[in-house]
Write a protein that binds this ligand. Structure first.
Ligand code: HEC
Length: 272
């Protein structure tokens, strides 16, 4: 019986290893594996760094959002607990800087008005086709990009990742792509981490481009780290809640297991 189970398990491991190996090869041998970074929100007790999310939003807003949309983001989200937590007044002022399409008015016409916290962040391009026509490829919407992108770590790491709680593949990829993937001496559309190596997006960041007011270094690395963290929050705004709940569930399960153990001992002691 045990032998069959072991055999079955070995077969499953072998098949998965083989398929992921094949997939990794398909990914292209000249595409580099993203570098693993340290993130404040990693691990079972991880949480976002508010100042970092605020800086990340600044980079996203001043640079990335010129091309990328974030259709799932409402201005008011930026004031919610667990996120960048801008003040209500800041969010109001920020929203008012944007023009939002509204209507129809009484006469049936559409018009523009200043944004309000309950509005979604307007996109720079009317639709993905317009963005594609202007940029050569459609920039993906950023709302859940940090969770939508991943890469194959191959065997045996994909078996280890759940145990070491490695869940930051998406942000590691984004960081590597924008901070490490471009090189000056090559084709400006070459990126070491983009599958296939050729990306329609030119290097989006350069040193000193975004004016930080909190004294953080104005470097590509810092911008990339901050904006990737911000994108992670956008993709998973409830991460902190999830981790807290996970921890409580673990504590509960441990206590519950202990109770079951003692119950079992008592029940079986009585049976003798
Ligand atoms: C000038 C326009 C432009 C700007 C600014 C820009 N991007 Fe892009 N981005 C693009 C385009 C176009 C693509 C699609 C590339 C492709 O498919 O070849 C893209 C793709 C991406 C991808 C997806 C790669 C993938 O795996 O599909 C990421 C991640 C990304 N951009 C991050 C950023 C970040 C972060 C910023 C801000 C620091 C930014 N971009 C700023 C145009 C831009």
């Amino acid at each position: 019986m045990i032998r069959f189970k072991t055999l079955g398990l070995a077969a499953i491991v072998a098949v998965t290893a083989f398929t992921t190996g094949a997939l990794a090869q398909e990914h292209g041998h000249d595409t580099k594996t993203p570098e693993r970074q340290s993130w404040s929100f990693a691990g079972p007790f991880g949480s976002y760094d508010r100042a970092q999310l605020q800086r990340g939003f600044q980079v996203f807003r001043e640079v990335c959002s010129n091309c990328h949309s974030a259709k799932g983001l409402y201005f008011r989200n930026l004031a919610q607990p667990g996120g960048p937590q801008f003040s209500e007044a800041q969010v109001k002022a920020l929203a008012a800087e944007y023009k939002v399409k509204d209507g129809p008015a009484d006469d049936g016409s559409y018009y523009e008005r200043p944004g309000r916290p309950a509005d979604r962040l307007p996109s720079n391009y009317a639709n993905p086709e317009a963005a594609k026509a202007a940029l050569g490829a459609a920039p993906p919407d950023m709302t859940v990009l940090a969770k939508a992108r991943s890469y194959s770590r191959g065997f045996p790491l994909f078996l280890v990742d759940p145990i070491i709680q490695y869940q930051e593949h998406g942000v590691d990829y984004i960081y590597s792509l924008i901070a490490l993937g471009y090189s000056d001496d090559k084709d400006p559309n070459h990126n070491d981490y983009f599958p296939g190596g050729h990306i329609a997006m030119g290097k989006p960041l350069s040193d000193g481009q975004v004016e930080y007011t909190d004294g953080s270094p104005k470097t590509v690395q810092q911008y990339a780290k901050d904006v990737a963290s911000y994108l992670m929050w956008m993709a998973e705004p409830k991460l902190e809640d999830r981790k807290k709940t996970g921890f409580r569930v673990m504590v509960f399960l441990i206590i519950f297991a202990g109770l079951l153990y003692f119950t079992k001992r008592r029940v079986w002691a009585a049976a003798h």
